[in-house]
Design a protein around this ligand. Structure first.
Ligand code: PXP
Length: 251
């Protein structure tokens, strides 16, 4: 069988539920521990500027857990000086730089590396020199990929939100268009020496076509897994997602 993409489990929304009541339960770090036991290859967490889900102390506890379990922590962050200082101090194995707008409900689009190169490149370099592997969360376009390849980032993560929305709307033609774009973009990124990840809006139903892209090395999935954990339990939700990914690669 072809090698399987790694599954990074994004635990932000365990913290969303905790924060709805302002207490300590459910603890996202306990969720990360369960996810690791269930076979997550990595833990992803987004420290937002407004701290709407993860908090600073969560990130510290996650880093300690991931280090002791020998599982990479992938910290998602905006390209700001405050976040850079936190990431340099925390030293997670991986950092994914994402765009952030306070009023958005979730990360709605990719980072504009082409326009923001002069701002993003030094942040990427500082993180890399500090020992974190940098990924840029971008739309799958040639301009963004080429811009990303001229930074210190070693990874690009393609935003799959529009693909997921197209399928939600029943627009298979549009979804196929996005998939073809992902295939070509993944090839270009890989030819330029970038590792290729995908994430956002992925579910049991739509993950297969993305996981089947040969250059796909990692998938980062959060909202659906945490939502499905209500019905299946977190371990079974992760196991089922892994099963979908494995099936896609086997066929
Ligand atoms: N990858 C990145 C870079 C993200 O910012 C997010 C969360 O918005 C995800 C993956 C996971 O997306 P979702 O929660 O929709 O699975």
């Amino acid at each position: 069988m072809k090698s399987l993409p790694r599954l990074g489990v994004n635990i932000d929304h365990i913290a969303t539920i905790r924060n709805a009541r302002g207490g300590e339960h459910p603890d996202p770090v306990a969720g990360a521990y369960t996810a690791i036991r269930a076979g997550a290859d990595g833990i992803t967490a987004h420290l937002r500027e407004d701290r709407r889900h993860m908090r600073d102390d969560d990130m510290v506890r996650l880093q300690l857990l991931c280090q002791s379990e020998n599982v990479p922590l992938n910290m998602e962050m905006a390209a700001t000086s405050d976040m850079l200082a936190i990431a340099l101090n925390l030293r997670p194995k991986a950092v994914c730089i994402v765009p952030e707008r306070r009023e958005e409900r979730t990360t709605e689009g990719g980072l504009d590396v082409a326009a923001g190169h002069n701002h993003i490149a030094p942040i990427s370099r500082a993180l890399k020199e500090n020992g974190s592997r940098v990924s840029l969360f971008i739309e799958a376009t040639e301009a963004q990929i080429r811009a990303a390849s001229s930074t210190a980032a070693e990874v690009v993560e393609f935003h799959t939100g529009a693909y997921a929305h197209a399928l939600d709307d029943g627009d298979h033609e549009k979804a196929d268009f996005y998939l073809e774009t992902f295939r070509q973009s993944a090839k270009l990124a890989s030819d330029l020496g970038l590792e290729v990840h995908f994430g956002h809006g992925l579910t049991f139903d739509n993950v297969g076509a993305v996981a089947a892209i040969p250059e796909c090395v990692e998938l980062n999935i959060g909202h659906f897994i945490i939502g499905e954990a209500i019905f299946l339990g977190l371990e079974d939700a992760i196991a089922e997602m892994r099963h979908c990914v494995t099936e896609a690669r086997a066929s």
